[in-house]
Design a protein around this ligand. Structure first.
Ligand SMILES: [Zn+2]
Length: 112
């Protein structure tokens, strides 16, 4: 540990260090790839989401707000409004509700 100095410590910092930044970057790339091919190749898209979730779990990352409501928590599919999910705004409770058309699960996110 002492041989490597501070570079090694910075590298191994986890979600705030270099490894975390690279992992976050890969999560975003995998999500965009999964989103692109969901209409043409759903199995390939599901495998991208599977890899994405493994990276998030392994590095203890948090999905940002843009990605959080876009993946179904039950069937692990990228949700594309108009294709495989419906989006409703509940103004009384200030929520956006994403309903998956495959498993009918409901996700609610605050839009304040
Ligand atoms: Zn679902």
């Amino acid at each position: 540990m002492l041989l490597f100095g501070t570079c090694f410590v910075d590298f191994m910092e986890g979600k705030k260090g270099i490894v975390g930044k690279i992992a976050n970057e890969r999560v975003e790339i995998l999500f965009s790839m999964a989103e692109k091919c969901i209409t043409t190749e759903p199995e390939l898209s599901a495998s991208y989401v599977n890899i994405l979730e493994h990276i998030v779990k392994h590095y203890h990352l948090r999905l940002n707000k843009n990605l959080k409501g876009r993946i179904c928590k039950k069937c692990h599919v990228v949700l594309v409004p108009g294709f495989n999910c419906t989006v409703r705004i509940r103004s009384s409770s200030k929520l956006v509700a994403y309903t998956c058309s495959k498993c009918k699960s409901d996700m609610r996110i605050l839009y304040i």
